[in-house]
Design a protein around this ligand. Structure first.
Ligand SMILES: *Cc1c(COP(=O)(O)O)cnc(C)c1O
Length: 393
């Protein structure tokens, strides 16, 4: 009797990345965007001076204020977050004034460079990357300063600096101080209570917490700081936000804004405002804690001690580099990021900001397992997913 050959017992293998996989943005900006938000961009060209365009500007500004939770007035700039920050600085801080720049990472360093280039009397209060800023040290430097620039969520290190304690200490030392906070990855992401904490100006950008395509910056001014804003600043024309704020309050932008993006922004804000701010913040915290737990289970713990809910900045185990991990993820179609120079190899960065939920965090934990396995890291299958799940529970 002839024997039939047994059927193969293994299924054909699926290579690491094929058209069957779904590419994901798991970097801390730009982030995934809700298809309903993208559809807002697929309309006949709108006009910013038409009644509908004016109403869309006012609607988006009102929602930006709602996302802050305090009665600050929003200016939307057609720029990235850096342009918005520059506008905030030149529109509140007179030529030659003393600016204290608190820095402990890439983005906070940028604001020091900016202030120095703009000719301000710039005093840097620096801590090493990954470390936390010190409230007393900053307060001491602010005694005779005009403005403090500070970054709340330092996306390069994953640290969430204690903006409340620092602002309270700095304002106690100098009640006239203007505090400009880079909240580019904390606005809509982390607990932020600027009125109670004394933060005068909040800066952000569209491609981070608000899950909108890149191209818009946001500056939210407290009622008190508006009376102190500079008219006709000699340090900016396009970025004269005193003029821009007056215009936008009346439904009018002095220049042509990225009106299409404002439609997208307004739709994206509906999703975030669909739950109370406390719920939004807590869920984002849990998602990032899940990524940190997953990384820790794989031997890649968080770099910072007080971690930002915007991004997991993880230190790879010995023998692996941040670029190797980010490269393995990129090979799987998953866009994470290594560290920022000079720390490209010290860390890799993964984020669930944007159009992403807790099940994406679980999926990313599984993706990290596959990436680490491909890099030859020994671990027990399932540990990262289990750790992520525990953090979400
Ligand atoms: C992304 C980012 C910036 C820079 O924003 P752009 O929109 O790229 O100009 C500044 N600060 C922080 C904390 C960021 O995450």
């Amino acid at each position: 009797m002839t024997q039939v050959a047994p059927a193969p017992t293994t299924q054909p293998d699926l290579p690491a990345y094929t058209p069957l996989h779904r590419p994901r943005l798991i970097a801390p900006g730009p982030v995934e965007v809700d298809p309903r938000v993208l559809l807002e961009l697929a309309q006949p060209q709108m006009h910013h001076r038409a009644q509908a365009g004016i109403e869309k500007l006012m609607e988006a500004r009102a929602k930006l204020t709602a996302l802050l939770g305090d009665p600050y007035d929003a200016v939307i700039t057609t720029s990235s977050g850096t342009g918005a920050f520059e506008g905030a600085l030149v529109s509140t801080t007179p030529v030659g004034a003393k600016v204290v720049n608190a820095q402990a990472g890439k983005f906070s360093e940028r604001w020091g460079e900016m202030a120095a280039r703009l000719g301000y009397d710039t005093h840097r209060v620096a801590r090493p990357w990954g470390a936390l800023l010190d409230a007393d040290e900053i307060a001491g430097a602010c005694r005779d300063a005009h403005t403090l620039t500070i970054t709340h969520s330092e996306t390069s290190t994953g640290a969430l600096h204690d903006l409340e304690a620092i602002t309270r200490a700095a304002k106690a030392a100098n009640p006239d101080l203007i505090v400009i906070a880079d909240c580019i990855t904390s606005y809509g992401v982390a607990e932020l209570r600027p009125a109670a904490w004394g933060v005068d100006v909040i800066v952000s950008g569209s491609q981070k917490g608000t899950a909108t395509p890149p191209g818009l910056g946001f500056v939210l001014f407290s009622p008190e700081v508006q009376a102190r804003m500079i008219r006709d600043t000699p340090r900016g024309f396009y970025l004269d936000l005193t003029r821009e704020l007056a215009g936008q309050k009346a439904g009018n932008t002095p220049q042509t804004p990225a009106i299409n993006l404002m439609y997208a922004l307004s739709a994206a804000l509906d999703r975030l405002l669909g739950v109370p701010l406390e719920v939004l913040w807590a869920e984002q915290r849990r998602k990032t804690d899940a990524l940190i737990a997953a990384g820790t289970a794989l031997g890649a713990p968080a770099w910072a001690t007080r971690t930002s809910p915007a991004v997991a900045v993880l230190t790879p185990p010995p023998g692996l580099t941040g670029r190797a991990v980010a490269g393995a993820l990129a090979g799987m179609g998953q866009r994470a990021l290594p560290g920022q120079a000079p720390h490209e190899d010290s860390v890799f960065r993964v984020s669930t900001m944007g159009y992403s939920d807790r099940y994406d965090a679980l999926g990313i934990a599984g993706i990290l397992e596959d990436a680490f396995a491909s890099l030859g890291v020994p671990f027990t299958r399932g540990v990262a997913v289990a750790a992520a799940w525990a953090a979400l529970a």
